[in-house]
Design a protein around this ligand. Structure first.
Ligand code: SF4
Length: 331
């Protein structure tokens, strides 16, 4: 059986169930790289210039961990999934960059997704990808339909049951033991919304188990995936009008939505060296300053971010929220 490796990084958190379904429908076995470690981060970082953003360094580390463990490594170039809305340039050149900096990589399965070129080109690209496994176009079509349905189910699961992507993936694969706690006995316990790209929010190594810390302390954590596509779209529209970046909703849309409803505090997580996020997060920060209703904090991660620094800032932010809540209870 052909083995297809999928790096547990970058767009894995958005699309893994869809990609897995597609390859399995075509008879392949899917191998996912293990969770990020320091060795993976260091090996990925050693292949690129220092100012490359952290998630790309992590991604390359995951690719290196898959070398010799699979027949192919799947690395799509996702340029645009919506007309005239574009992705960060790092995603456009990902397969070519990987080939250049990791020449020893297993052959790369590449697909160019650009909806601006029309649906016909998209279907051709999917068929070309499927041809690595079968010459039967009907089988590829069936796999494509099943994969799209898996993607819709995955998103529905997250927004309906307030699950994070890792929880939804575990639930789909049957390894999630119970749904997360939804009972908060202490009235002073707050609801904290975390906004940012999934590859920053759910990679527990690079964010030092940020969400886990909040949940363990009894906070209710909200994330962008817990909102529906319509909610994200309309919140993005309210704040910036026309969308420009592909994944703007998970930063700007979620930020706008949670600042205005449903959270005691909003924490934005971004990474050093990220052009799109430096603009998007600043819009959210300015909006928070205008509203003056919900506390907002932005954390910037990079490969040398120390756990103690994250914990200190988090504790200070939570203290501020508690003081606010106490004041409101006393009034
Ligand atoms: S959006 Fe930012 S963090 Fe994500 S790949 Fe692009 S530069 Fe890196």
């Amino acid at each position: 059986m052909i083995k297809v490796g999928i790096p547990r990084a970058l767009l894995y958190y958005q699309y893994y169930p869809m990609w897995k379904t597609f390859f399995e429908e075509l008879g392949a076995e899917v191998v996912v790289s293990p969770p990020t470690t320091q060795t993976m981060l260091s090996s990925g970082a050693s292949r690129v210039v220092a100012d490359t953003c952290l998630p790309v360094k992590v991604f390359l580390g995951h690719v290196l961990s898959l070398v010799e463990k699979c027949d192919y490594i799947f690395i799509p170039a996702i340029r645009s999934v919506k007309k005239k809305v574009y992705n960060c340039s790092k995603f456009l050149g990902l397969p070519d960059m990987t080939k250049a900096v990791i020449p020893e990589s297993s052959p790369i399965l590449d697909i160019d997704i650009d909806i601006n070129k029309g649906k016909r080109r998209l279907y051709q690209a999917i068929y070309q990808l499927g041809r690595h496994f079968t010459w039967n176009p009907f089988k590829v079509r069936q796999a494509g339909i099943a994969a799209w349905q898996a993607y819709l189910n995955y998103n529905q699961l997250m927004s309906s049951y307030s699950l994070t992507p890792p929880q939804a993936i575990e639930k789909i694969s049957g390894t999630l033991e119970s749904t997360p706690e939804t009972h908060y006995p202490n009235p002073l316990r707050a609801t904290i919304a975390i906004i940012g790209h999934p590859y920053l929010l759910y990679d527990e190594y690079i964010n030092h188990r940020f969400i886990h810390r909040l949940e363990q302390a009894g906070y209710k954590v909200l994330t962008p995936e817990m909102l529906t596509t319509e909610e994200l779209k309309s919140a993005t529209g309210r704040l910036v009008g026309r969308t420009y970046w592909t994944y703007e909703g998970e930063v700007v849309g979620a930020g706008e939505h949670y600042l205005e409803s449903g959270a005691d505090g909003v924490i934005g997580i971004m990474t050093f060296g990220c052009g799109p996020d430096s603009l998007m997060m600043d819009m959210v920060r300015r909006h928070a300053a205008r509203l003056r209703a919900t506390a907002f904090m932005c954390l910037t991660l990079e490969e040398h971010t120390a756990e103690a620094g994250i914990v200190t800032r988090l504790e200070a932010f939570l203290d501020m929220i508690h003081r606010r809540k106490r004041r409101l209870v006393c009034v």
